[in-house]
Design a protein around this ligand. Structure first.
Ligand code: AMP
Length: 283
């Protein structure tokens, strides 16, 4: 079984000992309720580092007031068993009080690329993410951290933060894992009703179709977005938050399909907000 650590001081002490012993630390930050997507990041970390630390922390400061913090799925026993199967060394699971004690007042903020996509529809979300991730990087002292392309904007924001603040850590983005029928794996999928689970399939289906359409020389971002929106609108229980095509590096609207274009969407499926995306062009 991995060692379960809830104290920041203890996690730092262990990380320092490992670093002093010349070991490499790979870190996978998560909010728990682990699935194969998380496990793919953990496997990659396991194959590239001496020590693997997984954090499980549902970070309240990255949720808006009307969002799903309270109903976010949690099951530490299940997560520990999955981490055991993946040969994780340490699971760091601090309490909210441990991470944000009375008097807490420091935040890390990436400004421009957080104005778009999820940053626009979830004000303050990325400030919460960059703050908690900075804290976790300091606590785990990892040399490498693993993030999924499932949260493409998050990857770009974290890479920007690491570059801008000269952090000594390498960010390793990993591919999106999907269910056999195409739905992007997410801890939130467990909150979908059977009917909504079926309707949600249109998200990945329309993204895959858009990628095929993009292979056509005359295709353009506007046409792809219109197609995806039409497909989603046909499902009555789905409400579009956004569907956008942006240049992956700048997150500015893509006017053509040259370079790496990110087609990203966020959609409310019943009560559950899901995101998915597809990168078109060379990686
Ligand atoms: P979360 O627990 O949802 O905050 O996710 C923790 C990490 O796992 C993030 O870097 C996510 O991008 C990544 N992740 C979540 N779902 C998937 C997936 N379906 N495929 C690959 N990575 C994922």
């Amino acid at each position: 079984m991995p060692r379960l650590i809830s104290s920041i001081d203890e996690m730092k002490k262990i990380a320092l000992e490992m670093r002093n012993a010349g070991k490499t630390i790979g870190f996978v930050p998560t909010m728990g309720y682990l699935h194969e997507g998380h496990l793919s990041l953990i496997k990659r970390a396991r194959s590239e580092n001496d020590i693997v630390i997984v954090s499980i922390f549902v970070n309240p400061i990255q949720f808006g007031i009307n969002e799903d913090y309270d109903v976010y799925p949690r099951d530490i026993d299940r997560d520990l068993a999955l981490c055991d199967g993946a040969a994780v060394d340490y699971v760091f699971q601090p309490t909210v009080k441990e991470m944000y004690p009375t008097g807490y007042q420091s935040y890390v903020e990436v400004t421009e690329i957080t104005n778009k996509l999820c940053g626009a529809s979830r004000p303050g979300h990325f400030k919460g993410v960059t703050t908690v991730v900075s804290k976790l990087f300091n606590i785990t002292m990892a040399q490498r951290a693993y993030f999924g392309w499932k949260d493409a904007q998050q990857v770009m924001v974290i890479q920007r933060m690491v570059k801008d603040l000269n952090m000594n850590i390498e960010i390793i983005p990993c591919p999106i894992l999907r269910e056999a029928d195409g739905l992007a794996m997410s801890s939130r999928n467990v909150n979908l009703t059977a009917e909504d689970r079926r309707s949600a399939l249109v998200l990945s289906k329309s993204l895959f179709r858009a990628r095929e359409m993009a292979a056509n020389a005359n295709s353009n971002p506007k046409e792809l977005i219109a197609y995806i929106k039409d497909m989603i609108t046909m499902e009555p229980s789905l409400t579009i938050d956004y569907v956008e095509a942006v240049n992956l590096d700048t997150l500015q609207d893509a006017t053509d399909l040259k370079g790496r274009v990110l087609i990203a969407l966020a959609v409310k499926v019943g009560k559950v907000r899901l995101i998915d995306n597809m990168i078109i062009g060379e990686m």
